[in-house]
Design a protein. Structure first.
Length: 82
C-alpha cells in the first residue's frame, strides 16, 4: 500500500507498507539528498522537504535525472531487491 501526501511547496510524505520489507530493521533513520528515510517493520516513510520539491519543479522536464528522482528510484530498487 502506498500513500503520498504533499503539503504544497513545504513538504511531501510518502508511506509504503509492504510485506516484502520484512520485520527488520525495527527503526532506522537515514538521510540522502535532502530526504529523510525512516524504515520501520514492514514500512518505509520518506519525508521530502520543500527545498527538494522546488528543485524537482525546476527539473520537471528532466525528472528522471533530478536528484530527488534518483534518490526515490534508488530506494524503490533497493526495496525490490530485499
Amino acid at each position: 500500500m502506498d500513500i503520498y501526501i504533499r503539503g504544497g511547496q513545504f513538504f511531501a510524505l510518502y508511506l509504503e507498507i509492504c510485506r516484502d520489507f520484512g520485520s527488520r530493521p525495527f527503526f532506522r533513520l537515514e538521510t540522502c539528498d535532502k530526504e529523510t528515510i525512516i524504515q520501520l517493520p514492514y514500512a518505509q516513510i520518506i519525508w521530502t522537504p520543500g527545498a527538494c520539491l522546488k528543485d524537482e519543479a525546476l527539473n520537471r522536464g528532466n525528472n528522471a535525472n533530478g536528484p530527488c528522482a534518483q534518490t526515490f528510484s534508488a530506494h524503490r530498487a533497493r526495496a525490490a531487491e530485499d
